[in-house]
Design a protein around this ligand. Structure first.
Ligand SMILES: *Cc1c(COP(=O)(O)O)cnc(C)c1O
Length: 409
């Protein structure tokens, strides 16, 4: 390296690479496109045979008894909260280090999100903090597998059982991960009361916009299906009221509860079925990249690596570096902008949910979850997606090392 290569691009040096890379990116191939095209030429383009096929395949992949496809994960979380019986006044405990949808699902039902703090090493919700936040009104826990790593589910399950709480797993990051605890075991989707997936383009597999809710509970599955489609029943044998002669035609469908239109289209399901064929290879490539990053950063003074727990066999959705700001003479924002100048686009996941104006108006205040705030102050997500080449990965590592070197005290 000559001198010029050591100077950050933001300070007038040469960037580590010319072509910009983003922190996440989908991978659509010709097979995916062909599957979508086939469905577009078929009889069904909204909820049809491909959605059925996808639900079966997700059940098979995860081991869950039921999978209900939805238009996105936010809708899936809303339906899960309703299936959990959340209503006005009920409290739902979740983490602040998440996308806001994990908490918003309680608000949609008139419930109240309560934020438990996170573990300083794993950044996942801390079971000890869950215990502290439980009241008479607590009804459910929304545990988020942050970055794809499973939460401490043995402990969380125990807490839920002791207090009669429903466990909802926001698995937007963790499709393909498994949990191997002492009590709970299995692929993500198979062990929580309700598990929600996202298929947004930055997530592990995608169909543009999409989600799913999984459960082993037959009653909940029935309710989820009904709520997904207006709360209506078409099967006359399952009507809850007698039909008089005005309603006896096959045209009649009975609305039994207030539902929504949260359905997925069949061409999205076709895309996702095709993506599902490559899920295991995507997961394997993500693991390779994570191993390389871990190796590169484990002894790099100034960078803190997220702790991995042995119980989680993790399909990592995000790779977080955490700056040890006591070792660096820059702010997170300066480091972030300097990475961007090196043509490596990072992102920060996430601003603590209760810092948002909507939550502040409800009385939440800065300082509520000090560990989450401390983690937030140093983190950024560096590029992680299967299409990254080994050379791309080395460029990202070079950029981080160059900046740590430059800004180190
Ligand atoms: C992406 C995401 C969601 C929302 O998913 P959509 O499919 O975009 O609605 C919810 N929770 C977490 C943790 C997410 O990352």
């Amino acid at each position: 390296m000559d001198n010029k290569d050591m100077i950050p691009a933001i300070e007038g040096g040469k960037p580590v690479r010319e072509v910009r890379i983003d922190y996440g990116r989908q991978w659509i191939n010709q097979d995916d496109i062909a599957e979508v095209a086939k469905t577009l030429e078929s009889d069904f383009i909204t909820c049809g045979p491909k959605v059925d096929e996808l639900e079966h395949r997700l059940q098979e992949y995860t081991g869950a008894k039921h999978a209900i496809m939805c238009c996105n994960c936010t809708a899936a979380l809303h339906l899960a909260a309703l299936a959990a019986g959340i209503g006005p006044g009920d409290e739902v405990i979740t983490t602040p280090l998440t996308f806001m949808a994990s908490a918003n699902c309680a608000l949609y039902c008139g419930g109240k999100p309560v934020f438990a703090d996170v573990d300083i090493n794993t950044y996942n919700i801390d079971p000890k903090s869950i215990r502290e936040k439980i009241t008479e009104k607590t009804k459910a826990v929304v545990a988020v597998d942050y970055t794809g790593q499973c939460c401490d589910f043995d402990e969380i399950r125990k807490i839920c059982d002791e207090h009669n709480l429903i466990l909802i797993e926001d698995a937007a990051h963790s499709i393909g991960s498994s949990y191997n605890g002492k009590v709970l075991n299995g692929k993500v989707g198979s062990y929580a009361d309700l598990t929600c997936f996202s298929f947004h383009p930055v997530k592990t597999i995608t169909c543009g916009e999409g989600g799913a809710v999984l459960t082993n509970n037959d009653e909940m599955a029935k309710k989820l299906r009904m709520l997904r489609s207006h709360g209506m029943e078409r099967n006359h044998d399952l009507f809850i009221e007698e039909c008089d002669e005005n309603l006896e035609g096959i045209w009649y469908y009975e609305q039994q509860m207030l539902g929504f239109n949260y359905r997925m289209t069949d061409f999205q399901a076709a895309l996702l079925c095709s993506q599902l064929n490559r899920l295991d290879s995507f997961v394997a490539r993500r693991k390779e990249i994570v191993a390389r990053y871990n190796e590169a950063f484990k002894d790099l003074d100034g960078i803190i690596v997220q702790k991995e727990i042995p119980e989680s066999d993790t399909s990592r959705h995000l790779y977080m570096i955490r700056l040890d700001l006591s070792k660096l003479k820059c702010t997170r924002k300066q480091f972030f902008n300097a990475m961007s100048a090196e043509n490596v686009q990072c992102q920060v996941h996430y601003v603590p949910v209760y810092w948002m104006p909507v939550y502040r108006k409800m009385g939440h205040k800065k300082g509520e979850c000090p560990v989450a705030e401390e983690v937030y102050s140093g983190i950024m997500s560096i590029p992680l997606y299967p299409k990254l080449t080994d050379a791309d990965v080395e460029d990202v590592i070079a950029a981080v090392k160059k900046l740590v070197n430059w800004y180190h005290i």
